[in-house]
Design a protein around this ligand. Sequence first.
Ligand SMILES: Nc1nc2c(ncn2[C@@H]2O[C@H](COP(=O)(O)OP(=O)(O)O)[C@@H](O)[C@H]2O)c(=O)[nH]1
Ligand SMILES: [Mg+2]
Length: 301
Amino acid sequence: MTTRAGFVALIGEPNAGKSTLTNRMVGAKVSIVTHKVQTTRARIRGVALEGDSQLVFVDTPGLFQPKRRLDRAMVAAAWGGAADADIIVLLVEAHRGVTDGVKRILDGLEEIGKGRRIALAINKIDRVKAEDLLALSKDLNERYGFEQTFMISAEKGHGVDALREWLAGELPEGPWLYPEDQIADLPMRMIAAEMTREKLTLRLHQELPYQLTVETESWEERKDGSARIDQVIYVARDGHKGIVLGNKGETIKAISKAAREELQEFLGRKIHLFMQVKVREKWLEEAERYSEMGLDFKDGN
Ligand SMILES: Nc1nc2c(ncn2[C@@H]2O[C@H](COP(=O)(O)OP(=O)(O)O)[C@@H](O)[C@H]2O)c(=O)[nH]1
Ligand SMILES: [Mg+2]
């Protein structure tokens, strides 16, 4: 039996559906998804099997024009994910078409693209008419020489099998990179923190989710099979703390409940989840916070 294995980087603008596609490929939720942009911060790897192939999907933060330090670290992580991959899949939103952001990514691909294998996946086809899709596909293929083009709906599942099967056949021959039952390459404490950050992002408005980060401080296994998890939510301002806590602590209670339920389902056991909110004005400038997110913190970042 010849096995194949390799890395498939999913790149695209924020909100293109990279995390949704990662989760669908893996068949489990390993990456958080919201309707808001810039939800994914680090590179998250989700592992999928197709026949004798092991596909490691690298879900990246979106590619956009970075302004702030965290933005720059995220965009660097996204391009880094692409550079390390065997195959790159660019996701473009069907209903948005060739935006300025997409044009900038195509320029970026010209730079790193030499000798790289790059496929196009037009996502969210459930939102457009078939004839518009063909025109968009033609337009994009005139702008860049993609190896293959797929029309998919990551959310509804259309076209995803064809993409996975093609990728599985194209990856290099070699032994699998992860044990057969592993679905994500992210420490569980980070997945737990991400789950809480997702609930915060869904619940809080505007800029606030961007200005907070979640870390799992301790994870204690208990004799009865349950676990106690302690997390800290770092916010940048005093006022934010009040918002996260909510009136009489209602907001944090609801967030904690939602995160705990999801974690329990994911892990299949009882979880005791404790959260604390800390004000750390400078967390967006602290190297340690970045390494906790799996991002590089560099001078000039
Ligand atoms: N209609 C539709 N929505 C989608 C599809 N794929 C993703 N979405 C939605 O697009 C939003 C962004 O998805 P996400 O995976 O977080 O995008 P990312 O920023 O590229 O990781 C979410 O609200 C998803 O539910 C799709 O195929 N069709
Ligand atoms: Mg994402």
